[in-house]
Design a protein around this ligand. Structure first.
Ligand SMILES: [Zn+2]
Length: 222
């Protein structure tokens, strides 16, 4: 019935439309209407509420009023995309999706032998949804040094990488909901290895130059 908020999009275009479904792809949420969809990325501090506006107007990027309630999105990035855009998304690349395809991920990894494993995990076309924390923890779990090249990693390690990227993402969500995420970190932002007690290395790795925390003793460089 009504669309408001301070996002710099054409909100009028949403009025009178029917919300058909809500889909997620990695860190993006899509509100799918006829012919058009709203893409929401919560960035670092975004949030939402249902039915009731819980934060000041200043933070309100988008509000949608329906006949039977409302949705409010705060401090986030809002974009309009068309139906074509949705068709181009590889939904099977979302690590937490029911449609997640480990086989497809394996194929993508194999076709990039010169790629560092730290860049691969952060690549949203391969592991959509994985972020820097998950990267560091997964590599610690599977005992692989972040600068390892995909082409040098044994097939079994690649399989482990794919499995743990998904497993850890579900653990991440569970712990986040319990407010215990940080407590479960083994490597991310840590200075001492919980396995061997040696000092962890902190280094910006890969083309992405994102912070990596790893143990030189326990994590093998392939
Ligand atoms: Zn260690």
């Amino acid at each position: 019935m009504e669309a408001g908020g301070n996002a710099k999009i054409d909100k009028k275009i949403l009025e009178g439309k029917i919300l058909k479904e809500i889909r997620t792809f990695g860190k993006q949420t899509y509100l799918v209407f006829d012919e058009i969809a709203v893409r929401i990325h919560l960035l670092m501090f975004g949030s939402h509420s249902i039915d009731e506006q819980t934060k000041p107007d200043q933070q309100l990027r988008l509000s949608l009023t329906f006949k039977d309630g409302g949705m409010f999105f705060y401090t986030c990035n809002i974009k309009l995309v068309d139906a074509e855009f949705l068709l181009k998304i590889d939904w099977e690349a979302d690590v937490m999706s029911d449609e997640w395809s480990p086989k497809k991920a394996e194929k993508k990894l194999k076709s990039n032998p010169k790629m560092m494993v730290c860049d691969a995990l952060m690549n949203q076309d391969i592991f959509s949804g994985v972020g820097n924390i998950i990267k560091n923890e997964v590599l610690f779990r599977i005992e692989v040094q972040p600068e390892s090249l995909l082409g040098n990693m044994p097939a079994e390690k690649i399989k482990e990488l794919i499995a743990e990227a998904r497993n850890y993402s579900f653990d991440f969500l569970k712990w986040k909901r319990e407010f215990t995420l940080k407590k479960h970190w083994f490597a991310h932002t840590k200075s001492v290895c919980p396995k061997c007690g040696e000092k962890l290395i902190k280094k910006q790795t890969g083309l992405g130059k994102r912070r990596s925390f790893y143990c030189e003793k326990d994590q093998k460089l392939y």
